[in-house]
Design a protein around this ligand. Structure first.
Ligand SMILES: [Zn+2]
Length: 501
């Protein structure tokens, strides 16, 4: 017994010593963290923190059927059912403020199950919801549609609220609907969600055992991208297949974004961006806004803040610090990384990055918002005025023809406006092939022209028409052919029947 006493004293002394050391280390780390958090707060006061994707509007639909009088956005939703019990809820105004979020792209999303059904209506209702939500909180939120607007809103201390449409099926294969969404304030369109559209493949076709539907963008898909460029709307490539990414990058004259995707080299989810595309993004001037969903971050159900840091660093390594941003995807996921539990946690992510000497305050400012503002400005500058006259002429004529009818040459030589489309968009084709064929034949017979497939662009005028009309018709016909081939359908024109409408 006598011999044990020194041993007990030694053990107790050791425990005491190591407790003190551990305490010193942890308080030292806490001081370091607090210092880094101070830097982050300073940066985020100067530069708006912009998040590329938040699905709160869909949760309001899911939980409250879009009845905003029941939505207490200004309160802590962790105390209010059904939000408090839902794994899908990470957002309220208080926590956005705590997280120093200055601008948020709210997702106007319609599920793929609504494609070819009521997708356009659902998307309109979600846009309406976002606009009503902003109007309900004028002290705290402002609807923003420009890069300047983000900065103004940041200065006034309001949350800049931007609208992004998630899924090309939302436009119902209509450039008219796309333009109307833009008019209503939408500033990006994600070309697909988790379903192929008639004009773009989604990322699911890249998965093992799956085959491409189109193999990227169809001709109409390239028109969508070009029209978005013309409007000044950001092309979003999250959710699309790699060939669609490449086609969009080859088509777009403006920088593109990934509103919520991560690095494929770290987690090989088809939702992530491969390195060769990251390199193209750097050339394009675009941006990958890193998503936090564990399945994209660690390829599993669990992830940590450090895992997200690894994605940010990888994108920086491959594309550069000018091409990385944040697009957490809160409220659209039921799993979040440890340390990034909700919208209040962004500053901790930046503080973690600052632990490495590689990240300067300027770099943090770029990641937080400067990169997105730069991209948005370039997209705005690429819009209509800078598109050359040739393209503007083509597309304004194509729009008129596709949506409002065309000017038809009468045998007398007079040009007569008709409300019949000269050709049909794939939405018509997909729902009514007979409609298209009879219309097409009617057009040919009424003008007495040769079928446009025999027309070569730029071959000069043909009797009763102009080469420009025929150029449009030729490309429309080629688009139709491609669409038909893609779907491997034989379209038969029933003989002897007139137009169906
Ligand atoms: Zn998504």
């Amino acid at each position: 017994m006598r011999r044990r006493k020194p041993a007990e004293g030694f053990v107790l002394g050791g425990i005491f010593f190591w407790t003190i050391i551990a305490h010193l280390i942890s308080s030292c780390l806490a001081i370091q963290l607090e210092e880094r958090m101070e830097i982050v707060r300073k940066v985020l006061k100067e530069v708006p923190l912009i998040d590329g994707h938040n699905d709160l509007p869909w949760n309001i639909r899911k939980f409250l059927k879009n009845q905003l009088r029941e939505f207490r956005f200004g309160e802590d939703l962790r105390d209010i059912t059904p939000w408090s019990t839902s794994a899908w809820s990470h957002t309220d105004l208080r926590r956005l403020k705590e997280g120093m979020v200055s601008a948020q792209f709210w997702s106007a999303y319609a599920p793929c199950s609504s494609q070819h059904l009521d997708a356009v209506q659902l998307t309109l209702e979600q846009i309406d919801l976002i606009r009503r939500l902003v109007n309900l909180y004028p002290q705290h939120m402002a609807l923003v549609t420009t890069a300047d607007g983000i900065e103004e809103s940041h200065r006034s201390g309001k949350l800049a609220s931007l609208i992004g449409i998630e899924g090309g099926h939302s436009i119902g294969t209509s450039l008219g609907v796309l333009r109307t969404f833009y008019q209503l304030g939408a500033r990006y369109l994600t070309l697909t969600h988790t379903c192929n559209t008639p004009w773009a493949d989604c990322c699911k076709v890249d998965e093992p055992g799956r085959v491409p539907h189109i193999g990227g963008l169809s001709h109409f898909g390239t028109l969508v991208v070009t029209e978005m460029n013309r409007l000044g709307m950001i092309v979003d490539l999250s959710h699309v297949s790699v060939p669609t990414m490449l086609d969009a990058l080859a088509t777009s004259k403006a920088p593109v974004i990934f509103s919520h995707s991560s690095a494929h080299a770290i987690c090989n989810s088809s939702r992530n961006v491969p390195d060769h595309v990251l390199k193209r993004i750097a050339v394009n001037g675009g941006l990958v806004m890193v998503a936090f969903y564990p399945h994209f971050v660690s390829c599993g159900e669990k992830a940590t803040l450090k895992d997200v840091v690894a994605h940010i660093n990888h994108i920086r390594d491959v594309a550069g610090v000018d091409h990385v941003g944040i697009g957490a995807g809160y409220d659209g996921v039921n799993l979040v990384p440890q340390g990034l539990e909700d919208v209040s946690r962004y500053p901790y992510l930046f503080a973690e990055l600052l632990e490495s000497e590689r990240w300067t305050e300027e770099d943090i400012a770029k990641l937080a918002g400067r990169n997105l503002i730069r991209v948005f400005r370039q997209v705005e500058q690429e819009c209509s005025p800078s598109i050359n006259r040739y393209h503007r002429k083509i597309f304004s004529a194509a729009r008129t023809v596709a949506t409002r009818g065309h000017a038809r040459d009468e045998p007398s030589g007079a040009r007569v406006a008709t409300n019949r489309p000269l050709f049909h968009t794939p939405s018509n084709e997909s729902t009514n092939s007979r409609f298209r064929c009879t219309r097409w034949r009617n057009q040919v017979s009424s003008t007495g022209r040769s079928p446009p497939s025999e027309v070569t662009p730029g071959t000069g005028s043909t009797a009763g028409s102009t080469s420009f009309d025929l150029f449009i018709a030729y490309h429309a016909h080629k688009s139709t052919q491609r669409y038909t081939q893609t779907h491997n359908q034989t379209i038969r024109c029933p003989p002897g029947k007139g137009p169906t409408t």
